[in-house]
Design a protein around this ligand. Sequence first.
Ligand code: FAD
Length: 389
Amino acid sequence: MSLSDVVIVGSGVMGAATAYWLTHAQPGLRVTLVESDTRYEKASSSLSASSIRQQFTCPVNIRLSQFGIGFLRQAEQHLGLPGQPVALGLQEPGYLYLAQPAQVAGMQTAHQIQRQAGADVALLGPEALRQRYPWLNVEDVALGSLGLSGEGWFDGPALHQAFLKKAMAQGAQRLHDRVVGLDHTASQVTGVRLASGTTLGCGQVVNAAGPWAAAVAAMAGVQLPVEAARRTVFVLSCPEPLPQCPLLIDPHGWWLRPEGRYLISGAEPAHTEPGLPLEPDWREWNDAQWAALAHRIPALAALRVERAWAGYYEMNTFDHNAVIGPHPDLHNLFFINGFSGHGMQHAAGAGLALAEWMLQGKSHTIAVDELGFERLVRQQPLHELQVIG
Ligand SMILES: Cc1cc2nc3c(=O)[nH]c(=O)nc-3n(C[C@H](O)[C@H](O)[C@H](O)COP(=O)(O)OP(=O)(O)OC[C@H]3O[C@@H](n4cnc5c(N)ncnc54)[C@H](O)[C@@H]3O)c2cc1C
């Protein structure tokens, strides 16, 4: 049996960020990442829309985003290696949520929460929106909520790779193998069994298995309400430029943002079930969706669909929020799961919080206690209302 201080199951952005912070805080710590798909073909971290917003309704999510944007702005200082600059292409044109009259009260409540948490957001009426975005149709819009700073998008796969490389430069090791079992007693995990036949002995184990986290938890007899929820992203070209285009959240449930010279867009599927094959669902691209986009942005009447891809949200069906921290009974089993489609932006903060929890018994830099596993046991959900698609 080979021995590690920490075994991390999965080396997507969550596993990689955790390994980075652990080895940063404690050089010499033996951290082993076990990864079954070292090309990350199905990992959410490769298939993400990689955007960041401050506009959440749970203050803990705003705190994680505030940390996240600061980290992204200084990614080179954190993650740079000699001769390997970190280029994340961070852009900050904001998120723009649009509300119809029935949604105004909810938007105002969310605005108060966000302002109290220190988010740089503003509410804009239709005339202000028209002036700022002349290409946007606001005839049925009563109010918009715009992030003035700290919101936008970046190269998520590049962030993932930078975490991974830096963690490995700091001493973490990555094993290409699949975790198939967790040996455990009533109070702790004692070994991590691999498909190759090896068993890893370890002090602590982290479940960073993304959309597959429930299967890993089940290996220790733990029920984790995380499902692989397929989402399709469509790549569009628009014949006209859309100056200052933010990440737009339409009241009809779809989102859109620029990506280089294209636009990308997606929506919550009408019908879904866990673990569907990772193929784009072209039924989502229909005349009604096209009409909805062209209604909001008339220039999109002449759009072209260039291609599409599909990825899994690691959806926490309990309350759409992350689970970060130890299991209440299995004290050396830690979770960093269930980000429900907003994990790329929270990886830096979540990885730091978990590393502090593991090394010091508590997360000091960012208060994330309410995201702990206990709320699942107590059946007390912490609902995040602003979940996109
Ligand atoms: C279409 C789409 C759009 C998104 N848009 C955004 C966005 O705009 N902003 C944002 O912040 N987030 C977004 N997300 C969410 C974000 O990408 C995820 O929250 C994040 O990537 C999750 O990272 P992870 O490391 O938990 O999971 P993953 O990247 O999936 O990594 C998990 C890894 O675990 C490995 N693994 C699983 N089981 C085992 C096992 N038994 N043994 C060994 N290895 C195992 C897998 O192979 C995988 O590589 C989006 C996601 C999708 C799919």
